[in-house]
Structures are given as C-alpha cells and as structure tokens.
Design a protein. Sequence first.
Length: 280
Amino acid sequence: MDTNMMNNNNPNTNNAGGVMPTNYPVGVREGASKNRAGFAGPLIIGLAIVISCAILAGAFLKYKTSDVRTISATGSASVDFDADLIVWRGYFTAYSNSSARAYDQIKKQASLVEDYLAGKGLNSSEYVFSSVDISESTLNNYDEYGNYLNSTIEGYNLSQNVVISSSNIDLVEDISRDISKLLDKGVELTSGTPEYYCTGLDEIKLDLIEKATENAKTRVGIIADQAGAKLGRLNSSNLGVFQITARNSGTSYYSYDGYLDTTSRQKTATITVKLEYDIE
C-alpha cells in the first residue's frame, strides 16, 4: 500500500508528515482557561487605577486653575480729625491715726476740689467723685527673738478719685495743668494725663470703610486692565482693623489688633479693605 495515501487519510497528520493533535486533554484545556482568567484580573485592576488617577489629576488641575484665576488688591483710607471729648482723672489722699479725722480731712479736700472746678466754669454734670477708699496702715510687732507677735493699727489711709468728662477741651486742659492752687490749700491732689476721645467715631469708621472699598476696587481694576483680564464676580472681601493714632506719628504704633490713641487731641484714623475678584 502507498505510504503517502496512508498519511493523507490520517486526520492527525499534516502535509509535512508531522503529527497535529486536534483534541487536547481536559486538564490542558482547564489550565489554559485559568491562565487567561488570571491575566485578565490584574489587567482590569491596573486599568481601574489608571482611570482613577486620571480623574483625580483632572480634578486637581481644575481646582488649581480656578484657584489661580483671581485678582485681589488691598485698598486703604485715612482721615485726620480732632477729639471732641476730654477725660481727666485725679485723686487726693488723707491720712490720720483716727479714721474719723481722716474722713473729715478727705471730705474737706473734696469740697475744696469741687469749689475749684465750679470756679473754673465746669458744670456739676461734667465731673463726678468716686466713693472714698479706706485702708489700714499696720505695724507688725516681734519679740526679742524675731518671732511675730501681732499687728497694731498705726493709722488710716483714705483716697478719693475725681473724673472730669467734658467737651470743653481747652478748659479741662487748663485745669489739669494748673493744680497749684489746690496744693496751696492743702489738697494732696495727683493729676493724671488727659485722655482724648471722639464721640463721632462710628461715623468716621463707616466713611473710611466706604472710601477704602472704593480704593480697593480702583486698584483691582488697574491690575486687571494691565493684565488684559476681565473681572468677574466678587469672590471675597476682608475688613482690616482700625488704627487710630496721634497725627503725624506714622505707622510705628500700628497693632495687629488695632490701636486707639487717647493721648493726643489731633488724631489720624486708618482702615484697609481687601477685595478678591474672579477672572472671567
């Protein structure tokens, strides 16, 4: 029989005479399926990670882009003004080894002070006397070995405050500087430094806020024009603290929490406003 005919009739042979298996054992087929499944799992997970990273990167880029596309500027405004209210404080003292005599002395001094103020032209509504403060002056006693025995009262210290609050600044300044007449009459008066206030400070603050805001708008507009940008909506606004200083004192007294000068009659008030706009 012809060998070539036998090979052609055999379904498990090829034309080159090699054997071509067509039916794989069951175990081989299952192993191949498992290999394909094992390869697909990590591939899916890897693709999911890549997609997630791309989404997060896009969101971050969008956030950074929107964060950068803003323009901000700080405006300021200041005004000079004079105080319209003066407050002056003083106190006087008396001492005696008898509380009754010390009290009589303090009452006499209070009467002399009141007569002096009234004689200067102040109304009784412009000054007020505090209650009398009394304290004991004591002496500690010790024996010959230095051991504490007791304390004895040597005398009584009395003091009383007087506070003047007036819109007549010139008059009160004169009173605070000229207390020699009271000292000549035996009044142990100690004079404090006058304090200066403005009763219309709230109106001044509101006017400054308006001017500082307009100044901030102008500055933002200039920046936008120079950058070739178009302003969008107002994103945020921040009000700074008020600095009220003595006139011509500069910024040396500025404080993070704000400053209120009370030692000068002539003052300067300053405020800042920061505006931030989105860019269209």
